[in-house]
Design a protein around this ligand. Structure first.
Ligand SMILES: [Zn+2]
Ligand SMILES: [Zn+2]
Length: 118
């Protein structure tokens, strides 16, 4: 029996890929009866991905374009301690120093808790 190249649709990316005669023969030898449902790149991606994921492959949100950028109201500031960029959930006050998350914790922990009469 001779095989012929087939063009199949990938259920993952929706693209088309060629199910070559050689691959068909290989499938036949392996005893596979169903045709591949995914293109080679998608299959490779699935292989490399973690098997135990509970991702729901539903229809995507309407409208295409636009990355998954979080549009939270955070302000960019420079940490007064380490000089790194820090995003704070409030508008940074120029009169007060702004700390990044790390330095902020440090300062909180370093604070003396009790009050004493000196
Ligand atoms: Zn694909
Ligand atoms: Zn810092």
């Amino acid at each position: 029996m001779e095989y012929q190249d087939k063009t199949l649709n990938c259920i993952e990316c929706g693209g088309t890929f060629t199910f070559t005669a050689t691959q068909q023969q290989y499938h036949q030898e392996k005893g596979y009866t169903s045709e591949p449902k995914r293109c080679p790149p998608c299959r490779a991606a699935r292989k490399s991905a973690m098997p135990a994921t509970t991702r729901v492959a539903g229809p995507g949100p309407a409208g295409s374009g636009g990355g998954p950028r979080g549009d939270r109201s955070s302000f960019e500031a420079v940490c007064a301690e380490c000089g790194q960029k820090a995003s704070v959930p409030f508008r940074p006050n120029p009169d007060r120093p702004v700390y990044c998350d790390q330095c902020f914790r440090k300062h909180r922990q370093g604070r003396p808790g009790g009050s004493r009469h000196g």
